[in-house]
Design a binder for this molecule. Structure first.
Ligand SMILES: *Cc1c(COP(=O)(O)O)cnc(C)c1O
Length: 481
């Protein structure tokens, strides 16, 4: 049986997707003993987080604003990762947190994060969440008329004013109106604030503070266009005697996961060939990851995050801020408004901030002869809205053996046929053994927590914090809640 496993050396060529790996991740994944001990203590899989990388990302993005002398604050979008480490670090570093639920907000308040360093952009706001925000003076981003009425009602009951950020839609880019299900139309905002906010009016408890939008997708041009349109709105409001203190352009600031553009492009090409049945499959059951063959023709595109990005983080922000209109750069326009610029990055602030590690439980072949490596984890513990996480994992063997490349798939613990940790076929330089580890790099943004579930009553992955100074792994504070 085990000889069969070794014979599974398909001749097919393989398309690597080599991840960018920072020094702390290299160092930690080189110490198998330490990871084994942590897995023994806490169970497998483990999510391991690191703070300095987060602060580095904050500094890098902050510098893009400082360069143009723009007042700014970065609000970490907490939904991308549930650990307490990052909100606390963001606050201690002079920045803030974007919260979207009662518990996200409550924990931030309990951590001692000040109200001016928190915003609440929850899509659905419960009465409990609204009351908590109002009692602590946290700004609420309003999204629809019904919730405005509830916020007004709760603020009246509490005899408190409420800081309001107006979420906007209705931006035009490249001649088209950008679609979203969120916010108020930019055209309606002057009327909304003038006629309903403040003394004697419908929303008498509302104090207007600023504007907010978050665009789907990753276009710098669309963000720039929206910022130009917001700037005009802010000037219009100023003309009516309404002061805007902040302008928040949300998240979606891209990051880069991969070390090679060629690898990324070649993989994409090879995927298309595989779906056209012109080459051996690269994914389980030739899953197209968004590509489809219909009547012999290829349709669609990779339905995944754009894992390779040359323009990312600070340079992405810079590309937005330096767009020009009638000869004037956007940063100059924004500076003239005397406002605080805000962003709410989730994923990109977590670049190189986390890894997920799991232990090999078994090897076997499926009925087609594919090698399956069973990991002590399930696929919801490494999952985002992308069709697949397109980065090669790090295989950490118990013993280094002679290189004997083999190919196969990583499978997880849920009892479903489609329970593949990664859909992509992987190459292993040596046959994985029971007790070996696999580390998935750069999983802190969305991959760990966004879709994790507890089917079969499997324990959720434990969240640890790695301290690069003393080489220790301790539980994140979240685990005490
Ligand atoms: C999801 C979200 C973010 C964060 O988006 P990223 O792509 O992780 O940067 C920020 N603001 C709002 C309102 C969001 O819904």
């Amino acid at each position: 049986m085990h000889n069969n496993l070794r014979n599974n050396k398909k001749s097919a060529d393989f398309y690597s997707l080599t991840p960018l790996i920072s020094t702390w991740i290299r160092g930690l994944t080189d110490q198998k003993k330490g990871l084994d001990d942590a897995i023994m203590e806490h169970g497998s899989p483990l999510n391991i987080h690191e703070k300095q990388s987060f602060l580095h990302n904050m500094d890098e993005m902050s510098a893009a604003f400082t360069k143009y002398d723009l007042d700014h604050r970065i609000f970490f979008a907490r939904k991308a990762n549930k650990c307490m480490l990052f909100p606390q670090a963001a606050f201690e570093h002079g920045h803030g947190v974007d919260t979207a639920s009662y518990r996200e907000l409550k924990q931030c308040i309990d951590l001692g994060i000040k109200a001016e360093h928190i915003v609440c952009t929850a899509a659905v706001k419960t009465d409990r969440l609204i009351a908590l925000a109002i009692q602590h003076g946290v700004s609420l981003a309003i999204d629809n008329w019904d919730e405005c009425e509830r916020i007004q009602h709760i603020a009246e009951e509490l005899h408190r004013h409420v800081h309001i950020i107006v979420r906007l839609h209705g931006f035009v880019s490249d001649g088209k109106r950008l679609h979203t299900r969120f916010g108020f139309s930019i055209a309606d905002v002057p009327g909304l604030i003038d006629n309903t906010f403040g003394k004697g009016n419908i929303f008498s408890q509302f104090v207007y503070k600023g504007l907010h939008f978050h665009l789907n997708g990753y276009s710098t041009q669309e963000r720039a266009d929206a910022l130009w349109q917001c700037s005009e709105l802010i000037e219009q409001l100023t003309g009516r005697g309404i002061k805007t203190e902040s302008l928040d352009f949300g998240g979606g600031i891209v990051m880069n996961y991969l070390s090679s553009k060629e690898e990324w492009q070649e993989f994409d090409q090879a995927m298309q060939q595989a779906v056209r049945l012109e080459r051996e499959e690269l994914t389980i059951a030739n899953d197209g990851l968004g590509y489809q063959l219909i009547d012999g023709k290829l349709h669609g595109q990779l339905a995944v995050y754009p894992y390779y990005n040359e323009v990312n983080k600070a340079s992405f922000l810079e590309q937005i801020l330096t767009t020009a209109k009638d000869g004037m750069p956007l940063y100059e326009k924004l500076r003239s408004l005397n406002i605080q610029l805000r962003i709410e990055p989730g994923r990109s602030l977590l670049d190189q901030c986390g890894i997920t590690v799991a232990r090999v439980s078994f090897r076997r072949l499926d009925t087609k002869g594919n090698l399956l490596i069973g990991l002590e984890m399930n696929r919801t513990q490494l999952r985002s809205s992308s069709a697949d996480f397109l980065l090669d994992p790090i295989h950490i063997p118990t013993e280094k053996a002679i290189e004997e490349p083999t190919q196969g798939y990583l499978v997880g613990a849920y009892c479903l046929e489609q329970e593949f940790i990664l859909k992509r076929k992987l190459r292993f330089t040596q046959l994985p053994q029971v007790g070996d580890l696999f580390a998935f790099v750069n999983t802190a943004g969305y991959m760990m927590h966004f879709y994790e579930s507890e089917a079969h009553l499997f324990e959720l992955a434990k969240n640890l914090v790695y301290n690069i100074n003393d080489n220790t792994l301790i539980l994140d504070k979240l685990e005490e809640f």
